[in-house]
Design a protein. Structure first.
Length: 124
């Protein structure tokens, strides 16, 4: 988890497995080499698993392991903190909404509105 892109990759895998190109596109500002190296580090740590679909065509997908899924609550707390102190309220809803979902579905015990802060200290 020492690479700066690790949490970003975990965040992008929160709503389900993705292929390499899909991850690269959704993250945006990451090089292929950095993405590849960081995914391998996350795989070795047991946070991400690499799934090979024999096809045809052969496809490789990445998804969070149980350990990786457990990071959801950590990311939620970081997002709450960011929404309170750093990020504008207009972006908080999207960030918190993504974190509270599992494979695109809302967690039954999680209310996104309750997760949003009452006050934002920094303006847009």
């Amino acid at each position: 988890m020492s690479r700066k892109w690790s949490l970003v990759i975990v965040y992008h895998l929160l709503d389900g497995d993705k292929g390499f190109a899909e991850l690269e596109k959704s993250i945006g500002a990451i090089s292929s080499k950095t993405l590849s190296e960081t995914l391998e580090d996350l795989r070795i740590l047991g946070i991400v698993e690499r799934i090979i679909d024999p096809g045809p065509p052969v496809r490789v997908r990445y998804r969070l392991t149980e350990m990786g899924e457990d990071m959801r609550s950590v990311l939620m707390e970081l997002a709450r903190w960011s929404c309170k102190w750093v990020v504008s309220n207009s972006r908080c809803g999207d960030i918190l909404s993504k974190i509270t979902k599992i494979n695109g579905q809302n967690r039954p015990w999680q209310n996104v509105e309750e997760a949003q802060p009452q006050q934002t200290w920094l303006a847009d």
